[in-house]
Design a binder for this molecule. Structure first.
Ligand code: SF4
Length: 216
């Protein structure tokens, strides 16, 4: 069956949360995007409110890419991080976004509950395109009985870091730094991101003014 690629401008993503500049979701300053919806059910998942596919809000890839571009210009953001929720469950939009932000010189990091082998074996054109535009992939389900003791930003020790381009190195010393937990008070609501965030998950709220449509 022919696969019709969705042009970036037409592609959409359903989101749970955006933090335009964070140091808690990968190397450097990153534009972090939590997608809404995940087909997996890892016991102990620290974002259970992001599992249903019907929640969150929808926006266009164009709008997100422009927002990330502004974050790069204004805050020195070096790349986007896609997490969630499950980015591969919205592979068409995620691939279009990754393709578009790379033209802006931004790097792409993806956290997925699927392994690299599972993603490749799916032979899904959108998933493969997302991989083709991904610099760093952290893969595998979260296993709460295998907490990660050393690597920064990683939830459990089964999860692997794949440097899919030469933009980052798996032996980058930043992977062994201290974990970061960030708290923000935005629009009267306290948000928490970073790891370990489960102790603060009850405080999690999506700040209304992080929606692109409400920033204009
Ligand atoms: S893959 Fe991630 S978002 Fe999905 S259930 Fe597992 S930990 Fe939660």
């Amino acid at each position: 069956m022919d696969h019709e690629r969705v042009a970036s401008g037409e592609a959409r993503l359903r989101l749970a949360q955006v933090v335009p500049c964070t140091e808690a979701e990968g190397p450097g300053h990153r534009f972090a995007i939590w997608v809404q919806g995940c087909p997996l059910r890892c016991p102990g998942c620290c974002n259970p409110e992001m599992l249903p596919f019907e929640g969150g809000w929808e926006t266009t890839v164009d709008e997100l890419a422009k927002w990330a571009g502004r974050a790069a210009a204004e805050d020195g953001v070096e790349g986007i991080t896609l997490l969630g929720g499950e980015p591969l469950a919205q592979a068409a939009g995620a691939a279009a976004l990754a393709r578009q932000v790379r033209t802006l010189g931004l790097s792409v990091m993806v956290f997925s509950g699927f392994t690299l082998e599972e993603i490749r074996a799916s032979a899904d054109p959108d998933a493969l395109e997302l991989l083709a535009h991904t610099d760093l992939l952290v893969d595998g389900p979260y296993l709460r009985d295998q907490p990660e003791p050393r690597r920064r930003w990683i939830g459990s020790s089964n999860q692997r870091i794949h440097a899919l381009t030469d933009r980052y190195r798996v032996d980058d010393p930043r992977w062994s730094g201290q974990n970061t937990l960030e708290l923000r008070l935005v629009g009267g609501e306290l948000t928490v991101n970073g790891f370990p965030a489960s102790s603060a998950v009850g405080l999690w709220r999506r700040p209304r003014d992080t929606r692109p449509s409400e920033r204009s």
